[in-house]
Design a binder for this molecule. Sequence first.
Ligand code: 5AD
Ligand code: SF4
Length: 490
Amino acid sequence: MYNEIDLDKIDINSEPPTEEPARQYYFMAKCREWVREFEEKHGRRPTACTQTFGCQMNARDSEKLKGILLQAGFEEGDEEADFVLYNTCTVRDNANQKVYGHLGHLQALKKKNPHMKIGLCGCMMQEPEAVEKIRRSYGFVDLIFGTHNIFKLAELFYQCLARKEMVVDVWDGTDQTVEQLPAKRKYSFKSGVNIMYGCDNFCSYCIVPYVRGRERSRRPEEILAEIRRLAADGVKEVMLLGQNVNSYGKKLEEPVSFAELLRQVNEVEGIRRIRFMTSHPKDLSDELIAAMRDCKKVCRHLHLPLQSGSSRILKIMNRRYTKEQYLELTDRIRQAMPDISLTTDIIVGFPGETEEDFAETLDVVRRVRYDSAFTFIYSKRTGTPAAAMEDQVPGEIVKDRFDRLLRLVQKISSEVSMRDAKTVQEVLVESENDHQKGYVSGRLGNNLLVHFPGDVSLIGRIVPVKLVEPKGFYYIGRLASEADDMQDNR
Ligand code: 5AD
Ligand code: SF4
């Protein structure tokens, strides 16, 4: 998208434009000039590698980063590339530790290739302590920027070329969103689409509102225009992305609800499947349930983070719903869409969590019977209210609860998620199967994986597949023949 802008027509000897995105195209053209010089000197183009940590938002951001680098003339490379850029996450401490681990490895690579540039961006860079630690202990890093200015990559990389010292540009916040920049999609047939940025909820354990800033919704016209362009480019499935999509559009000059947006996206020709992520239970309206029920393209899958089943803990988490309200909500959703697949996020070991509180979580899991659940051990994030709470739960107790929860979640999931066995379902084919030659892999509307015999020509197509063999968390299938019955599923 926007890849058609001709960089060679930009006058790179003039002053850089002040307005965006023109300024960034100017710097992409400047970088391209440098790429040409590099190529003359080394007989090859420089390579760049972006590596993503964390969530779908980061994955989408990385597609934008990669788009900019390819526009600037880089070739795609691996971890030994001339420019390695990590798009970091900081939602739990292990995400940070992973980055530090990788940096050690990069230092060794940089010794072998002194021209190598190393960049870090994303959520972790919004934390002053992390930036300080990198300055102190990882001085070989060349570039640091945050979540609010990823659109500036070309300009910052260009600055880096001229300077020996680390370039650091981290913004506290922004009300600016620069969208009209290139993006290199990982998949030709599906794409994330940002509908909003930031989060205003301040759940007491969560660092996201501090590193991603206040909630900002994109205007529906802009979102729809992007989705139409994606559809024209062959995209069949879109994932609408936001930290809390249920509060989409409330603060726009002309407010629009998420349900209305969903109905409008449903009308875009060429798009066959719509997903979205993430829903906050406190904002999930009946209007949205009705829109999901009515819109044929909206997948029958809802990710509805529970976090804890204890109303007492939920209150301290600042989630603003009770156990009963959550259960009542899932009942309403299932009444409207009996075949919906529900998934969730659960945190174990939040400060002050007692065995009784934990039993409430297990109770909700037993009652809702999730198709799958992401389970997390509570991680203390500096600067969040929960980090200052006194009664942190001892590690061995948390580990024991975590194991018990995981066992229950997996048992239920393997029972529930195989309910479509022996039926024919539509599958979006995503890739060749890594493990079994002659097989391809795809996803059902409810996101489950199916592996079946087929060749690469199927990739990107939606085809009917008979789910022959349930395997607990995935199916083995075969392309359905006319004789197989087609179910009405999405
Ligand atoms: N510790 C553990 N898990 C967390 N999450 C967010 N913050 C923390 C934390 N401090 C989990 C929540 C959220 C998911 C994306 O990450 O479950 O839904
Ligand atoms: Fe974090 Fe809560 Fe916002 Fe989700 S809704 S990003 S858990 S603060």
